[in-house]
Design a binder for this molecule. Structure first.
Ligand code: B16
Ligand code: MG
Length: 222
């Protein structure tokens, strides 16, 4: 793990700041059912951090289904409409536990904060959970052309903050996101289970177990 002092903190959105995976799951499952395809909770795990287009490609391949490009586009739109209706009433009560404490503590330590998400819905979701004012930069699925594990999203985040990659730390819930952070030359902290995130520099089940002393250690590269 790099001992460089960390000046920038980049958060993934889905699974780190808010648990949207359950809504993505319902939306994909409804869509799959409408087409006579199967889609399980285990399948949904494999879509964490994966773009919308790639997610549909994977569901098609698991079901050995071939569809026209017109239907592909229509299903992408339909999935997003289902997802948006599921998150319509989301509010700040859906911030994952202690996210705000951690962000405020990083700010108090002088760090800059960025979002690095694959989602094209990241900005409205940040607004819904009342966290937009805390972010110095937002990079999301509308800005990047290469999906995680490519480092593009995090490199753009560091650039937007004006901080070198080795002075950034990333919080991620997806294996591909940890790979992306490492490919960007950043420290990667997994939020979730070591079984999925064993290649991270450290893994915590959630933010409630990361106290302020531990946050200081992470920032000081210890
Ligand atoms: P959307 P993250 C990712 O966000 C989700 O983990 C993934 O499940 C989803 O398919 C992807 O965003 C695209 O989301 O359909 O809203 O553009 O974890 O990188 O914040
Ligand atoms: Mg995520």
């Amino acid at each position: 793990m790099s001992r460089t002092k960390k000046l920038g903190v980049i958060f993934d959105l889905d699974g780190v700041i808010v648990d949207t995976a359950k809504y993505h799951f319902i939306a994909w499952q409804q869509l799959a059912q409408s087409q006579g395809w199967t889609f399980t909770a285990a399948d949904n795990e494999q879509l964490k951090g994966v773009s919308r287009v790639r997610s549909l490609e994977l569901i098609l391949s698991w079901n050995k289904a071939n569809i026209s490009s017109e239907l592909f586009e229509r299903l992408l739109k339909e999935k997003n409409e289902r997802y948006l209706s599921l998150i319509r009433d989301m509010d700040e009560s859906e911030q994952l536990p202690d996210v705000l404490r951690v962000i405020e503590q990083f700010k108090a330590m002088g760090c800059k904060i960025a979002l690095g998400s694959a989602s094209k819905n990241a900005r409205p979701i940040l607004n819904k959970v009342a966290l937009t004012p805390y972010f110095d930069a937002v990079v999301d699925g509308t800005n990047v052309s290469k999906a995680k594990p490519d480092p593009e999203v995090f490199l753009q985040g560091a650039e937007a903050l004006g901080i070198s990659p080795e002075a950034c730390v990333v919080f991620e819930d997806a294996a591909a996101g940890i790979e992306a952070a490492h490919a960007a030359g950043m420290m990667a902290i997994g939020i979730g289970q070591p079984t999925h995130l064993g290649h991270a520099d450290a893994v915590f089940p959630n933010f409630t177990v990361i106290d302020d002393a531990l946050l200081k250690q992470l920032i000081n590269g210890q």
